[in-house]
Design a protein around this ligand. Structure first.
Ligand code: SAH
Length: 217
């Protein structure tokens, strides 16, 4: 696949749309102007890559709609060199956006096939993101604590392990709920104190429990 003038034009148009929808963080807009989203969708959906919708990827999952990715990235208040844990690598697009914003990204995906596909994309696009196949409810202890944690699937409850892997002063962003989710930001203000705020309703694919797929190759 190539990055054609047409793709670049579609990307510039998407950036303008995101601005109209209220995305103001310059680093987020810059990331959307540079990350080639069409590399992260199935080939047959290439022409829809820069449209406003969520799109299907492998394993019955979705790449979130551009606005949702941009909105989460903005709410996260990403600064260069921050250590960010993402739960739900999926296509790898959100991780690539955070990377383009200058963060050190760690991402966990429970579906083995998606993990492998994302790996191929990161290599091909030379995006340095640490990622693993595992259960996001457990976070990624080895590299904790994190400045930011971003959950990109719908969690029924706040996973305890993620709260413990947050730096003091750090923030966790998680869509909370079953059918519809409230975008919830939790700031760890002290060892055992957390402050919660909510930002609108969204619909994500569910965060699934304890059933990582084990396809070994
Ligand atoms: N951030 C992704 C969005 C993918 S959708 C992107 O930019 O494309 C959410 C992803 O969360 C799916 O890939 C799904 O397989 C994954 N997921 C669901 N439950 C999970 C869990 N317990 N641990 C890790 N990943 C999980």
């Amino acid at each position: 696949m190539e990055d054609t003038l047409k793709d670049q034009g579609a990307r510039a148009r998407l950036v303008r749309e995101l601005q109209q929808e209220g995305i103001t963080d310059a680093a987020v807009l810059h990331a959307f102007a540079t990350v080639p989203r069409h590399f992260f969708v199935p080939e047959f959906l290439r022409d829809h890559a820069y449209g406003g919708n969520a799109l299907p990827i492998a394993c019955g999952q979705t790449i979130s709609q551009p606005f949702t990715v941009a909105y989460q990235s903005q709410l996260l208040e990403v600064r260069p060199k921050q250590k960010i844990l993402e739960i739900g690598t999926g296509s790898g697009f959100q991780a690539a956006v955070l990377h383009a914003m200058g963060a050190h990204v760690y991402s966990v995906e429970r579906q083995y096939d998606l993990y492998k596909e994302a790996e191929a994309r990161f290599q091909r696009l030379r995006i340095r993101v640490a990622h693993k196949h595992g259960d996001g409810y457990l976070g990624w202890r080895e590299f904790a604590p994190y400045d930011r944690i971003l959950v990109t699937c719908a969690a029924p409850v706040v996973p305890e392990a993620l709260l413990r892997q947050l730096k003091i002063g750090g923030a966790l962003l998680v869509p909370l709920g079953e059918e519809e989710q409230r975008m919830t930001r939790i700031v760890r203000s002290g060892e055992d104190s957390f402050e919660r705020s909510e930002y609108g309703s969204f619909q994500f694919v569910p965060m699934l429990r304890n059933k990582t797929s084990h396809v070994k190759k």
